[in-house]
Ligand binder design. Structure first.
Ligand SMILES: C[S@@+](CC[C@H](N)C(=O)[O-])C[C@H]1O[C@@H](n2cnc3c(N)ncnc32)[C@H](O)[C@@H]1O
Length: 336
């Protein structure tokens, strides 16, 4: 199994047809995700923050353009802290916080591992996880989780510690998705059933992020988590169709958004409308984004992000606006 932390876009392009394009898709705009950071502008016009990340900009000779934060140089790291509050959480803290969720869900402590806080690590429990009387492993897999402002999504999957770059083996992973997959590995041996359960795990794991490069890294990490778990369980490679299906779910569930506005970054703006006045003269009416002026998340004129409610009765799920969840319009996602 590979243990490098930087997933290479060239490798995805060569080994997994169509998958990089799916991982770059923005399901709201039906275009690609945008850079939404000016860190790459010196490569040229196509790398301006408002431009889409096209596969040719990050593959071939450009294959090293996107790399995890831990491999970026110190000066760039500092500027990202200043501009985007980009500080990543060490895995042992992600573990401690994810444990709090599971303590509440299982109504007992140390379900997946035991924390060793003074050494900033944890010890994995090897025994199969037992479920409370009134709950099953399927309930756990189908329980929804969201990482807000996810960066490279260390709370979701812990392939590597985002602060040290250290690779973490499958059996010791602590992410919210890692835990769902551990439960599936422990309870399902049939390959088709495993694939279906795994799809449910991905459908019930959500995250959003502003910066396009981190978002792509988060999506890639989640995809490779699937491939690695499949290899771990079945000792072979998954079919390309299964990898594409998982990539499609990820491209919906891990989306690009300004979380303070609920819209695609930079999509709000001045709208100019032309009209003819009483004297037959053409006039331009400038209307600014109301939401940006008054801070009301429901009044932006930008592109509100869509996400997928997979639990809806339709075969393919139902598209909903993320901000509608804030108004309790969609009970199925917002709470049962
Ligand atoms: C402090 S980091 C946390 C990343 C990750 N959750 C972790 O704990 O390691 C903050 C992240 O929030 C993102 N961010 C900052 N402002 C944001 C906004 N308005 N909407 C969405 N993401 C934002 C940054 O790009 C950065 O990746």
């Amino acid at each position: 199994m590979r243990t490098e932390i930087d997933i290479l876009e060239n490798e995805i392009l060569e080994k997994y047809p169509e998958v990089l394009d799916i991982l770059l898709r923005d399901q709201t705009t039906q275009k690609n995700i945008i850079w939404a950071t000016n860190n790459y502008e010196y490569f040229g016009e196509s790398y301006l923050e408002s431009k889409q990340i096209e596969s040719e900009l990050i593959t071939g000779v450009n294959g090293d353009v996107i790399m995890p934060r831990v491999q970026k140089d110190q000066i760039l790291q500092q500027s990202r802290i200043k501009n985007m509050a980009e500080v990543f959480t060490p895995s042992w803290i992600c573990n401690a916080q994810n444990n709090l969720i599971d303590n509440a869900w299982f109504e007992r402590k140390n379900v997946f591992n035991k924390e060793i806080p003074n050494q900033k690590k944890w010890k994995t429990n090897q025994e199969r996880v037992e479920f409370p009387k009134n709950k099953s492993w399927r309930d756990y897999v189908n329980d929804k989780r969201l990482e807000i402002s996810c960066g490279e999504a260390p709370y979701i999957t812990s392939r590597y510690d985002t602060t040290t770059g250290k690779f973490i083996e499958i059996k010791n992973r602590i992410g919210l998705l890692d835990r769902k997959l551990r439960i599936i590995n422990e309870n399902v041996d049939d390959l088709n059933e495993w694939n279906e359960a795994t799809k449910s795990a991905y459908k019930n794991t959500y995250a959003y992020e502003w910066q396009g490069d981190s978002l792509l890294l988060a999506r890639e990490s989640m995809l490779f988590t699937y491939i690695e778990n499949y290899q771990y369980k079945f000792k072979k490679e998954p079919l390309i169709k299964s990898i594409q299906d998982i990539a499609e779910i990820i491209s919906w569930n891990v989306w690009q958004m300004d979380g303070l506005k609920g819209v695609i970054p930079f999509s709000c703006g001045e709208i100019k409308t032309k009209k003819v006045n009483l004297f037959g003269e053409e006039e331009t009416d400038n209307s600014f984004c109301k939401g940006c002026l008054n801070g009301n998340i429901f009044e932006h004129n930008g592109i509100y992000c869509l996400i997928m409610d997979w639990s809806s009765t339709g075969l393919k799920g139902k598209k909903i606006k993320f901000i509608d969840l804030l108004q309790n319009k969609h009970q199925s996602i917002n709470g049962k």
